[in-house]
Design a protein around this ligand. Structure first.
Ligand SMILES: Nc1ncnc2c1ncn2[C@@H]1O[C@H](COP(=O)(O)OP(=O)(O)O)[C@@H](O)[C@H]1O
Ligand SMILES: [Mg+2]
Length: 360
C-alpha cells in the first residue's frame, strides 16, 4: 500500500497543508516539538481511524479549531481510494468516508487500509499493563482478519450487555436475560480466543527472526498467549455466582494476556531499555509481515524516532531493512542519522513550526 498524498486541517500544531509522497523512505526531519510526530500521527489516524497515542480525540484538535479533517489518496492492490476523516469537537463525532461513501463504523476502515506503527511509547507493549497488549492484539488482528473484526465486535457487545445484567443482579434487582447474552458471549469470545492463539504463534516466530534481523542480538524471542479461559462455557457456568456477586464477567478475551520472553526471561521484568525497544520494534515488524500475509496488502510502516537510541551499526542495519519496504514514514531529529546511500534515495521533508517542506 502507498499513501500518495495527505491533506491536514486543524490537527495538532500542523498548519493546513498538502503533501505528496512516493515509494520507499519518507523522512520527516526537524528539531524537537516542530510537528514530526504529529505528521506521523495524522497519517496513522487517517489510515487506521484513531491515533497511536492513547489520547482523547479532542486533544488532537488544534487549539482554537472546532475539529480536524484529514484526507488522502491511497494506492492498494484492491484499487485506489480516497479517505476523508473528519472529527467534530463539539459533537464529539468522527466520520470517515472512503471514495465518498460514509463507512458505518470507524473500525470498518481496518478492512480498507492498513498501517503498522512503532513509536517510543511502544515500550509499554513490553513493560505496560495487560490492557496495552490486548489493544495491540485487537488492532493488529482487526487489520489482519475480517472474521476477527466481526467476532470482536459481537463479543464486545455481548460483554457490555452481560456486564450490565450482572451489575443489576449484584444489586439484587431481577433480570431474566443473562442467559440470552451468554450464548453470544461464549461463541464470539471463544472464536476471538482461538484466532488469537493461532495468529500469536505465527507472530512469535516472525518476531524472533525480526529481532535478529534488526541486529538486536541472538536471544530467542518467545511470545506466549495466556487466555483467561480455555473453555469459556465451562468457566462461566462454574463461577456464575461469583460473577453475580462482583457484577462483572471474570473470564473472556477482555482479560487475556501475552507473556514475552527473551532467552527464557520474562521481558516485562528483566529486559533492558535497549532490549525493550528492540523487542517492541521486532514485534511491530512481525505484525507488518503477518498483516501482509493474511490480507495481501503491504501496510504503511510508520516509525517515530526509531533510530535515535541505536548505535551506528544498528542504525544502518535498520535503515537497510526499511529500504526494502514499499513505503516507510520515519521521523528523525537530524539528517545526520540518514547516512549515504539512504539520504540520496529517501524523500526528505523538513518540519518546522508545524509545516513540512520537501527538500529539493
Ligand atoms: N492540539 C494541539 N494544538 C496545538 N499544538 C499542539 C497540539 N497538540 C500538540 N501540539 C504541539 O505540537 C508540538 C509537538 O509536536 P510533535 O509532533 O510531538 O513534535 P516533534 O517534532 O518533536 O515530534 C508541541 O509544541 C505541542 O505543544
Ligand atoms: Mg516526536
Amino acid at each position: 500500500m502507498l499513501l500518495l498524498n495527505l491533506t491536514v486541517y486543524g490537527f495538532r500544531n500542523l498548519v493546513e497543508q498538502t503533501l505528496s509522497f512516493g515509494e520507499g523512505l519518507q523522512v520527516f526531519v526537524g528539531p524537537n516539538a516542530q510537528g514530526k510526530t504529529n505528521l506521523l500521527e495524522a497519517i496513522y489516524t487517517l489510515v487506521v481511524g484513531r491515533s497511536f497515542r492513547p489520547v482523547e480525540e479532542s486533544v488532537l484538535v488544534r487549539e482554537g479549531a472546532s475539529g480536524f479533517r484529514l484526507s488522502g489518496k491511497v494506492e492498494r492492490r484492491a484499487g485506489e481510494m480516497k479517505v476523508v476523516l473528519v472529527y467534530n469537537k463539539e459533537k464529539r463525532a468522527k466520520t470517515v468516508e472512503v471514495n465518498s461513501q460514509p463507512l458505518k463504523r470507524i473500525i470498518d476502515l481496518w478492512g480498507e487500509a492498513k498501517a503498522v506503527v512503532f513509536s517510543p511509547q511502544d515500550v509499554q507493549l513490553i513493560k505496560g499493563p495487560p490492557m496495552v497488549r490486548r489493544q495491540f492484539l485487537n488492532r493488529f488482528l482487526g487489520q489482519a482478519s475480517p472474521t476477527y473484526r466481526h467476532n470482536l465486535l459481537r463479543f464486545s457487545l455481548a460483554l457490555k450487555q452481560r456486564n450490565a445484567i450482572l451489575k443489576k443482579l449484584s444489586r439484587g434487582e431481577s433480570e431474566e436475560s443473562l442467559l440470552i447474552w451468554e450464548e453470544a458471549f461464549v461463541n464470539f469470545g471463544q472464536a476471538v480466543v482461538e484466532e488469537r492463539a493461532k495468529k500469536i504463534e505465527i507472530l512469535a516466530e516472525k518476531a524472533n527472526s525480526a529481532y535478529e534481523q534488526i541486529g538486536a542480538g541472538d536471544q530467542r524471542v518467545i511470545i506466549k498467549y495466556r487466555p483467561s479461559s480455555q473453555n469459556l462455557a465451562r468457566d462461566i457456568s462454574l463461577s456464575r455466582q461469583k460473577e453475580i456477586l462482583q457484577g462483572s464477567s471474570l473470564f473472556g478475551p477482555h482479560l487475556d494476556e501475552l507473556e514475552i520472553y527473551l532467552d527464557g526471561k520474562e521481558a516485562k521484568s528483566f529486559s533492558s531499555e535497549g532490549e525493550t525497544r528492540a523487542l517492541s520494534l521486532a514485534i511491530k515488524l512481525a505484525e507488518w509481515e503477518l498483516v501482509k500475509e493474511e490480507t495481501g496488502e503491504e501496510p504503511l510502516l510508520i516509525l517515530d524516532d526509531a533510530l535515535s537510541e541505536l548505535d551506528e551499526r544498528r542504525q544502518v542495519a535498520l535503515l537497510s531493512l526499511l529500504s526494502g519496504y514499499p513505503q516507510t514514514f520515519l521521523s528523525l531529529v537530524s539528517k545526520r542519522f540518514l547516512p549515504d546511500p539512504f539520504s540520496s534515495t529517501a524523500e526528505v521533508f523538513y518540519v518546522q513550526a508545524g509545516e513540512a517542506r520537501k527538500s529539493a
